[in-house]
Write a protein that binds this ligand. Structure first.
Ligand code: ADP
Ligand code: MG
Length: 153
């Protein structure tokens, strides 16, 4: 498996990496984001949105669970934190198998709905401004996406 990790030292660095990743993603791709509050999951999503040419400002969808944005491909931004301890299915498969790219913050709360093939990303605080971003591809498609990302960075 093509695991990869990278350190960033500013919010902007994190967004640039996310935007590079966005250029490699296609319809129906699912990316999960794990990490403590303030790690940078939403910041990473903002970078993906920029990479997809989304013009609207991307904010945390905490109160809505899913927000959809129009870009070169649709972006479905989910924060499933509030689904902790519930087994609610808000129609995930329609998003995951749809024409857009799904980004899921706190994805472990909906493990049972996640596709087997996906890109798992963990973000950890190193200090105030530095983060460790770990890419764990699940399946051959995401393996090669991460191989290409490594070459771009
Ligand atoms: P989460 O969605 O994981 O709760 P956010 O993306 O909302 O986190 O918040 C991350 C915060 O950390 C932002 O205020 C951002 O400016 C700050 N930050 C500082 N350094 C970085 C970095 N290297 N990468 C990402 N965010 C950073
Ligand atoms: Mg967030």
């Amino acid at each position: 498996m093509n695991e990869h990790q990278i350190k960033t030292h500013t919010e902007e660095d994190t967004k640039v990496i996310a935007a590079q990743l966005a250029g490699l993603l296609g319809p129906g791709d699912v990316v999960t984001l794990e990490g403590d509050l303030g790690a940078g999951k939403t910041t990473f999503t903002k970078g993906i949105a920029t990479g997809l040419g989304v013009k609207r400002i991307v904010n945390s969808p905490t109160y809505t669970i899913v927000k959809e944005y129009e870009g070169d491909l649709p972006l479905y931004h989910m924060d499933v934190y509030r689904l902790e301890d519930s087994e609610e299915d808000i129609g995930f498969s329609e998003y995951f198998e749809g024409d857009g790219i799904s980004i899921v913050e706190w994805a472990h709360f909906i493990k049972e709905y996640l596709p087997k093939e996906r890109l798992d990303i963990k973000i950890n605080h190193i200090d105030e401004q530095s983060r460790l971003i770990q890419f764990c591809p699940r399946g051959s498609r995401f393996d090669s996406i991460i191989a290409s990302l490594k070459e771009k960075l």
